[in-house]
Design a protein around this ligand. Structure first.
Ligand SMILES: Nc1ncnc2c1ncn2[C@@H]1O[C@H](COP(=O)(O)OP(=O)(O)OP(=O)(O)O)[C@@H](O)[C@H]1O
Ligand SMILES: [Mg+2]
Length: 390
């Protein structure tokens, strides 16, 4: 039961992991994707497919793939064909091919042990399991950049494995998602050409499109009348200015509802939106910070702390390392050694907020860290909050 004083009836609809039943303004993309995989139910085991989905932050890439996956499994069940869609965020698994394949195998064999195999053996195991179960698998590699950066050959293996099984049934198809087509340029020519045959490009959402998306979410998440239409348009405007980012729009909507609740308002008002927008940085994703390990979060806090107290725009890695030691002491953690610290720092460059550049110096090149997109004070507050919660 929802709280009768709250503007929300079902906050879960605004959760990051919620897959909307319909994707507004993505009908063409969804139809195209479904057509590419039509063979799975129409001519099972005869083909495999590779598709790349490209688009900026919050353009609905993940939602598109997940909606497609759920629809596919529904159709397959209805047609009595075996097919499974498995969605994997490569960044969350630190780009480890081993972990990705383990997830895939465990989608069929939940008890499969997590050691004793190499990534290549796991790939063989995966194919064997698919044979045994007579399954077709669509493996979606979301944020595939992390995988390519970690292991340049991984996609080569994944695209090749099907070709090596000339005589056998076709079982493994791939969907790769990335924000940026540059990612793929590092791949070898033949992998690149097999991947680039089918590319779906997602454009930025416009303000009216964002408003439509917001309305359909708000109808389920909020009490009737709790969100006036002009308030929805106001958020749509903000998010359109942020590069058509639907996630930012939904985050603002949720946080504004929270502000409304905190002052016992029956309605979400423009002032609540302004408050929400003032504390939400499109470049600072709570979800992404939560995905970091505890020590990576501590390094991020160390960066924020350092910049709060200095006037310079850039910091050296040793500045940050010193600050990290202080932060560790405060949180009762033993600071990790220099090499490990470097690895943590490197993970953070994936966050939109932290930027790092190399600059020539007397002895060679120095790495300089900066925080161009978010006030240090706000970053400190957010990371402190997230660290405190664990
Ligand atoms: N067309 C749409 N209809 C309804 N909801 C949508 C639509 N597009 C995106 N959303 C919602 O907006 C949010 C952001 O979308 P999504 O996570 O798919 O973006 P993304 O392109 O994967 O972003 P990122 O590059 O940051 O991973 C999600 O909550 C998603 O459900
Ligand atoms: Mg995504």
């Amino acid at each position: 039961m929802s709280d009768p004083r709250s503007v929300f009836v079902d906050e879960g609809v605004l959760d990051l992991n919620y897959v909307p039943p319909y994707l507004l303004h993505r009908e063409t993309e969804l139809r195209f994707l479904s057509d590419l995989f039509r063979f799975i139910v129409d001519a099972p085991y005869e083909m495999s497919q590779r598709v790349v989905i490209l688009g900026d932050v919050g353009t609905g890439k993940t939602a598109l793939a997940q909606r497609f996956g759920l629809n596919l499994m529904f159709d397959a069940r209805r047609r009595r064909v075996r097919a499974k869609y498995v969605h994997i965020n490569c960044r969350k698994l630190r780009g480890s091919l081993f972990m990705i394949l383990l997830r895939a195998v465990r989608a069929f064999r939940p008890q499969f042990p997590d050691r004793g195999y190499s990534a290549n053996e796991l790939l063989d195991t995966l194919m064997r399991v698919l044979d045994e179960e007579n399954e077709q698998l669509v493996l979606c590699l979301d944020e595939v950049d992390a995988l390519i950066e970690k292991d340049g050959d991984a996609l080569y293996y994944l695209t090749r494995v099907q070709e090596e099984r000339m005589e056998e049934s076709r079982r493994l198809s791939l969907i790769c998602i990335s924000k940026d087509s540059e990612t793929f340029q590092e791949l070898d020519k033949s992998t690149l050409s097999t991947l680039q045959r089918n590319v779906i490009r997602m454009s930025e959402y416009t303000q009216p499109q964002l408003s439509d998306i917001l309305i359909s979410r708000a109808e389920q998440a909020f009490r009737p009348g709790a969100i006036p239409l002009e308030v929805v348009d106001f958020i749509g405007e903000l998010a359109a200015a942020e590069g058509g980012d639907a996630r930012y729009a939904i985050d603002v909507l949720w946080r504004a509802g929270k502000y409304a609740d905190s002052v016992y308002s029956r309605e979400v008002l423009p002032e609540h939106i302004r408050k929400a927008a003032a504390t939400l940085f499109p470049t600072l994703r709570e979800e992404e910070v939560k995905q970091l390990s505890r020590h990576e979060q501590l390094v991020l806090l160390a960066i924020a702390r350092h910049f709060r107290h200095i006037r310079e725009a850039h910091a050296t890695t040793s500045d940050v390392e010193r600050s990290y030691h202080v932060v560790c002491e405060e949180y009762g953690e033993k600071p990790r050694g220099h090499t490990q610290f470097w690895k943590y720092l490197n993970q953070l460059k994936w966050l939109d907020v932290v930027s790092s550049t190399l600059r020539a110096s007397g002895k060679g090149r120095t790495q300089l860290i900066s925080l161009p997109k978010v006030p240090a004070e706000d970053l400190e507050r957010e990371v402190t909050r997230i660290l405190g919660r664990d």
